[in-house]
Design a protein around this ligand. Structure first.
Ligand code: VGL
Ligand code: ZN
Length: 257
């Protein structure tokens, strides 16, 4: 069936037929769509990513995500939310609440948002400082008002421990505790995870790295993600490719599910 024209290319309709009628029947993939942190603070609030180095508009992810939710038949859908208590370790205005390690290059009174400091621990902990953002039960932590929230979807909250940050939707940055994501994925028998959202080079990148390390087939939807730093976005893409992840555009997803 493949390459019936003998020109070295596989016809798209042929492939879709094979995928739907043979490959899927044998492999039985179960798809999960994971929408990461599409919250007000990252789009137009205190950690507005459009003011960061990459100058990307976070609201632009809403349209492709809504289109995917309406047109693709995912087996399950997850929304993650960055969900910090007011005394969270990542907030610049909380830096005085905790002791810095002697190896920290920046003294507490000189530290600014986006700097990386080292907290005393033990063990010592590197931490990037951010403006106060996504505080539990505030407007900034709400999902963008235009983002479609589908019935039966699961919300996953992360960053709730005041002492440790959590970029990945699977675990906090010290791997002390997991969110409910992995047990929910196991319960549903998920094999393929489609990931997108904010921020590309922070929480989206950390989440897909963990998904690949666990052994999921993981797909990053490029045009449904926006990030903080251009160089870090490129590093994130390289890491995904080097770990056998896949990067696609939103119009390519339907044929993969
Ligand atoms: C995020 C910075 C701090 C994210 C969360 O969701 O990418 N970035 N907290
Ligand atoms: Zn955060």
């Amino acid at each position: 069936v493949f390459d019936k024209n003998g020109d070295g290319y596989v016809d798209k309709e042929e492939f879709t037929f094979c995928w739907n009628h043979w490959i899927k029947v044998i492999v039985r993939p179960v798809s999960a769509f994971l929408i990461v942190d599409v919250q007000n603070d990252f789009i137009s609030g205190t950690l507005n990513i459009s003011k960061c180095n990459a100058q990307q508009d976070g609201s632009e992810v809403v349209e492709p995500i809504n289109r995917l939710l309406e047109t693709v038949n995912f087996d399950c859908v997850f929304y993650s939310l960055d969900w910090h208590p007011p005394d969270h370790v990542s907030f610049i205005d909380n830096v005085h609440m905790r002791e810095l390690h002697p190896s920290c290059p920046i003294p507490a009174d000189k530290a600014q948002a986006y700097d990386t400091v080292v907290f005393a621990g033990p063990p010592p902990m590197r931490q990037r400082l951010w403006p106060r953002h996504c505080v539990q039960d505030t407007w900034g932590a709400e999902l963008h008002k235009d983002l479609k929230v589908v019935e039966g979807a699961v919300k996953v909250y992360k960053g709730t421990n005041p002492e440790v940050d959590s970029y990945s939707v699977f675990w906090d940055n010290k791997k002390l505790t997991d969110t409910s994501l992995i047990s929910q994925l196991r319960m549903r028998g998920a094999t393929d995870i489609f990931i997108c959202g904010l921020a590309y080079d922070v929480c989206v990148g950390a989440t897909i790295a963990d998904a690949l390390a666990i052994g999921y087939r993981a797909v990053l939807i490029d045009d449904a993600s926006r990030g903080v730093d251009l160089a870090d976005i490129e590093k994130t893409k390289a890491t995904i490719i080097n770990n056998n992840g896949v990067i696609v555009t939103s119009d390519e997803v339907a044929a993969m599910v």
